[in-house]
Design a protein around this ligand. Structure first.
Ligand SMILES: [Ca+2]
Ligand SMILES: [Ca+2]
Length: 291
């Protein structure tokens, strides 16, 4: 019965044959209608898209507010699935599919993602291309987005200053109170204590070579916990990562005078500090030689 029923399932959104095609939306249903081979069955949205020309196409979910399961099918049924991917939450990667299609071929895209109906997901379809380091999409479909992609190593668009919300300058000590407000998952990290991890990135230029101590703590009285990452550039490599429980996170690093670093603070839990949104207020400090 299932095989007959699924053939009649309509798309929620028909993206036509636009190229590139993009959609941003929230799940309209409160129950799971679809299963995928790589993710758990949560609430879902069905998209249809028709290839306007023959070629290889990349579909990604970059810009989604949470870890989205992306399944691609050559028809409406689970058995038609040709690709399934779920991004590693917060790693800076994106769910993606790479499919070769004939002109006029129609695919069904299922976005599946938990019960989070208050958060947006994004679907983007483009022709496979070499990686553009600053367009917010995984152009070559290798799962690594922009500066995360090793193809972008050394690119000006990936220097710390290019992605930092705050310039901490080049003097120590640094003491800053801030608020995590960036989209989740934008920066790579090797440590993670779960949650949705909205972040804020700072660029710091060490005034002298030597040992520096970087410390991030939840703002006094806050009910969240924080994580701290230090990166050499917007997509890495990572110099330090600290996400251990509820205590302030502290790392010590040998830094080189005049070579900027990216200091990323994340809030690892939902906090009332920002009115029920994702994120929290934090206190960041840096001390080093001469301070
Ligand atoms: Ca890529
Ligand atoms: Ca890109």
């Amino acid at each position: 019965m299932e095989a007959q029923d699924c053939a009649l399932r309509p798309a929620d959104v028909d993206l036509g044959s636009a190229l590139p095609a993009s959609a941003r939306g929230r799940h309209a249903y409160t129950f799971s209608r679809e299963n995928t081979s790589c993710g758990y069955a949560g609430v879902d949205t069905r998209y249809d898209w028709t290839a306007p020309e023959s070629g290889t196409f990349v579909i990604d979910t970059a810009g989604s507010a949470y870890a989205v399961t992306l399944a691609v099918r050559r028809g409406p049924c689970e058995a038609d699935e040709v690709s399934c991917d779920v991004n590693r939450n917060g790693s800076g990667y994106t769910s993606r599919a790479v499919v070769s299609l004939e002109a006029g071929e129609r695919i069904r895209i299922v976005v599946d993602g938990g019960a989070l109906r208050t958060l947006d997901h994004v679907v983007y379809i483009q022709r496979a291309a070499s990686e553009d380091c600053s367009n917010g999409h995984d152009d070559d479909g290798d799962g690594a987005l922009d500066c995360i992609d090793t193809d972008c190593a050394g690119a000006p668009a990936c220097e710390p200053r290019a992605c930092a919300a705050v310039d901490l300058g080049g003097e120590v000590p640094v003491a800053l109170d801030g608020r995590t407000d960036d989209e989740h998952g934008r920066f790579p990290r090797s440590c993670d204590s779960g949650g949705f991890n909205p972040s804020r990135a700072h660029v710091f230029t060490p005034p002298r070579s030597g040992l520096y101590t970087l410390r991030a703590a939840a703002f006094p009285g806050s009910d969240t916990r924080v994580e701290l990452s230090v990166l050499a550039g917007c997509g890495g490599p990572e110099l330090a990562c600290a996400a251990s429980g509820w205590l302030p996170q502290e790392v010590q690093l040998e830094l080189q005078a005049g070579v900027p670093i990216l200091v990323v603070v994340r809030a690892s839990y939902w906090s009332a500090d920002v009115g029920g949104g994702w994120g929290s207020v934090y206190r960041l400090s840096i001390t080093g030689p001469g301070a």
